[in-house]
Design a protein around this ligand. Structure first.
Ligand code: F0G
Length: 455
């Protein structure tokens, strides 16, 4: 059962099939453009969508809104430093602001960043600085059905080859994403992280953690990495941060807040340069685009997020939803992580070709059937077509992500999702594909307009 009870509630919008059909047509089959009050269960993201605790709300009331040097900032600095060990800590309004500030300061055009998998905004911020983002996921990540516990690992052989190869001088940094969101929410083992850190150190390349889901990664390490069986998630997290030279953090995930993040670094000279950009574009370094009360809520969230009972219930929720999905006949990317379930839409909808977007087709169907909002991770997100509309890049897998907001939905909500999955799977062969009628030059999945393809 959930290790909390509910003190504040928010009604869930209930809609009819007709309302959903007309809403979806109105937004040109782009679920990002729905109004929230047209969505019954919102699994679009686990980012900034969690429920605050009573203790976080109490902490918010102690927020000090001084422009400079607030008490909130000092509490925040102390808490983040204790967790991560990094001395230089810059608050930002969310993760991608940390990416922008670090990359615009550190990267020179033409350089390369390496990662187990860059998240989409991370890649976009690398590319906006004229650089190339290369993903080096481990070979085990290619088998969606195996239950290998650490499919989020970086491929150490390819990392070594890159760091010691002909382009070595262009490699600016290595980013390890914990857990690997772009790679199915799979965790990184401490052994893999330590070896990646050793390679970076030997080649004098900084290692930065994208720590958005550091606590969920740490929990999975305690469950599946024998050497850490007797560690607490907090101990694992502290050790993980200390293997790297700094971190980018979206506190909207494992800070359990609605807004916030930070950039934390060992390198004082680099932090000083980042700070100038922070002042120009986010805010004074003691608030960085946040209110004092936000900083205090992050402090409290960071202390709650490594609670083993909380993390266990997160794993139980993902495990339950995984069970419901398999029972409905929908394969998932195995094993389920903690923050989301990735449905194998390509396998469920073999009649829809990749460039008619099986994952997106399934997303639209979950919305039409049950008012559930989710997001595609397939050829709409990762693919491309040439000027004549012929496929030029196809995603390796056609997935649909059901993200699980923190402390927000109960087991009966999950059971409702299971019922909808079952109904959708029963009529899977009748689900239509989609074609893009309008798209943006980058991050197209956010802004595309689509229409159903009639057979
Ligand atoms: N890194 C990872 C691994 C993420 O998952 C995200 C956001 C970011 C960085 C950017 O952080 O949103 O605070 O600017 N992921 C959300 C998602 C949006 O739905 O997965 P942000």
């Amino acid at each position: 059962m959930e290790p909390y009870r509910i003190k504040v509630v928010e009604p869930i919008p209930m809609t009819t099939r007709e309302q959903r059909e007309s809403a979806l047509a109105r937004v040109h089959y782009n679920l990002f453009d729905l109004r929230a009050d047209e969505v019954t269960i919102d699994l679009l993201t686990d980012s900034g969508t969690g429920a605050l605790s009573a203790a976080q709300l109490a902490a918010a009331m102690t927020g000090d809104e001084s422009y400079a040097g607030s008490r909130s900032y000092h509490r925040f600095h102390e808490a983040v430093q204790e967790l991560t060990g990094y001395p230089h800590i810059l608050p930002v309004h969310q993760g991608r602001a940390a990416e922008r500030i670090l990359f615009s300061t550190l990267l020179e055009p033409g350089q390369i960043t390496l990662s187990n998998t860059h998240f989409d905004t991370t890649r976009a911020n690398v590319e906006l600085n004229g650089c190339q983002a290369q993903d080096l996921p481990c070979p085990q990540a290619q088998d969606l059905d195996s239950d290998e516990p650490f499919k989020g690992n970086v491929d150490l052989a390819r990392l070594r080859a890159a760091l010691e190869g002909p382009d070595a001088s262009r490699i600016a940094l290595v980013i390890m994403t914990l857990t690997n969101n772009g790679g199915g929410g799979q965790p990184v083992s401490m052994e893999n992280l330590a070896q990646a850190a050793a390679l970076c150190r030997a080649n004098d390349v900084p290692l930065i953690l994208d720590a958005a889901r550091f606590a969920e990664n740490a929990w999975l390490v305690t469950q599946h990495e024998p050497a850490y069986k007797h560690h607490s998630p907090r101990q694992v997290a502290e050790e993980a941060f200390r293997l790297a030279d700094g971190c980018l953090m979206s506190a909207k995930k494992d800070g359990i807040v609605h807004i916030g993040g930070f950039l934390a670094l060992n390198d004082g000279a680099l932090a000083e340069r980042c700070e100038l950009l922070l002042i120009a574009t986010e805010g004074f370094p003691t608030y960085g685009g946040l209110a004092g009360r936000d900083l205090d809520m992050i402090v409290q969230g960071l202390s709650e997020v490594t609670d083993p009972a909380y993390l266990q219930s997160r794993a139980d929720a993902a495990g339950h939803l995984a069970h419901l999905s398999r029972a409905a006949g929908i394969s998932i990317l195995e094993p389920p992580g903690l923050h989301a379930l990735y449905l194998n839409a390509g396998r469920l909808l073999p009649h829809i070709r990749p460039h008619h977007y099986p994952g997106h087709a399934l997303a639209c169907q979950l919305y039409l059937e049950g008012g559930i909002r989710s997001v595609e991770l397939g050829s709409l997100y990762l693919g491309a077509e040439d000027a004549d509309g012929n496929p030029s890049i196809t995603a390796p897998y056609e997935l649909l992500r059901l993200a699980i907001p923190r402390r927000t939905y109960t087991q009966s909500h999950l059971n409702y999702i299971g019922d909808v999955l079952e109904k959708v799977a029963r009529n899977a062969d009748r689900i239509p594909g989609y074609r893009i009628i309008e798209q943006a030059p980058m991050l197209r999945h956010f802004r595309s307009k689509l229409e159903p393809v009639t057979p």
